[in-house]
Ligand binder design. Structure first.
Ligand code: ING
Length: 310
């Protein structure tokens, strides 16, 4: 009996700085209902799906940015998502900014959760690869201050949900092959990730024309090299004056894109994913136990940066 998970890429268009949580949650609920009507078990929402991408601005006083973070999940404004998930029997992946008090200190993370069809939280992930910079850099047309607004998470985990081995990542994580391999080594069959990716990258404008190519390149490679489904979902469009890529896609373990969004607004792209297709790759070309040579890979965890051996 095939293990199907019918999944929707729940792409969002822009979220304005002043959009309320209630206004955004309405859009997320529309996706949950729309995806359910299309027979989905699961909707993947973007990174930071409750707010605008606020790391594009420098705020000297972090307390003045506190309203962008969730201190409870579910909280008063998001409980309806969990209730609807349970009522409709549809799960979701949600990216959001998380603030917790740990050992008496405020900790801030770029976080995602995986919610099962009964409304329970099956897993929580905190973004490992924080791109951008930690201090205001006025030379940029816009900032990318994830290293200022968030702390990195400690690990990549997998979760027993939706009848398979589910993994989570966030945005920049998708550009690092270690992300997929760490979950591939744990048997991941579907890796979900949301992203907020500006078309323009101030340090490397020569990459701008390739932003969509790079977006799909890394997710397709990650899927194929680890024999896993990958679902990548954008917050897209012109958000507070900054153009963000769309290109939300559902990618099979073969590396093929099997469904994709074609607009830069709120859009659902749906695919019925057979988790057993992973076996064709995990048992042959990417049979890790049979073919990998970790004895030869020492540098990958021994070194952070690249340096010539001479
Ligand atoms: N955004 C971007 C991403 O990795 C970026 C940052 C853009 C890095 C363009 C390199 C090039 O997709 C987030 N939120 O990580």
């Amino acid at each position: 009996m095939p293990r199907f998970v019918t999944v929707a890429a729940g792409q969002l268009g822009p979220i304005a700085r002043d959009d309320s949580r209630a206004q955004v949650v309405e859009r997320l609920l529309a996706h949950l209902h729309g995806a359910k009507a299309m027979g989905c078990d699961l909707v993947v929402f973007p990174e930071l799906a409750l707010t605008t991408f606020f790391p594009r601005w420098y705020e000297e006083d972090l307390d003045l940015a506190e309203h962008f973070y969730e201190t409870q999940m579910p909280g008063p404004e998001t409980q309806v998502l969990f209730d609807t998930a349970r009522d409709l029997q549809i799960g979701f992946y949600l990216g959001y900014a998380e603030m917790v008090i740990e050992a008496g200190r405020k900790r801030r993370y770029n976080t995602s959760i995986l919610v099962e069809r009964d409304g329970s939280i099956a897993g929580k992930y905190r973004k490992v690869h924080l791109p951008g910079h930690a201090e205001n850099e006025p030379w940029r047309r816009f900032q990318h201050l994830e290293k200022y607004y968030f702390e990195p998470g400690p690990s990549f985990d997998v979760y027993d949900a939706f009848g398979g081995v589910m993994g989570m990542a966030l945005c920049n994580d998708r550009r690092w092959s270690e992300t997929y391999r760490m979950m591939g080594l744990q048997g991941a069959e579907m890796i979900m990730l949301g992203y907020n990716t500006p078309v323009h990258n101030p340090p490397a404008p020569e990459h701008d024309d390739l932003s969509m190519f790079h977006n799909h390149l890394v997710m397709q490679a990650g899927a194929y090299e680890n024999g896993t489904w990958v679902v990548g979902v954008a917050k897209a469009g012109n958000e507070e004056g900054i153009e963000m890529i769309g290109g939300s896609a559902i990618i099979a373990p073969s590396g093929e894109i099997v469904a994709a969004c074609s607009t830069k607004g709120d859009e659902l792209a749906v695919a019925r994913c057979d988790l057993d297709l992973c076996h064709s790759y995990k048992s042959t070309t990417f049979n890790f136990e049979r073919h990998r040579r970790p004895e030869a890979y020492g540098l990958i965890t021994a070194q952070r940066g690249a340096r010539r051996p001479w």
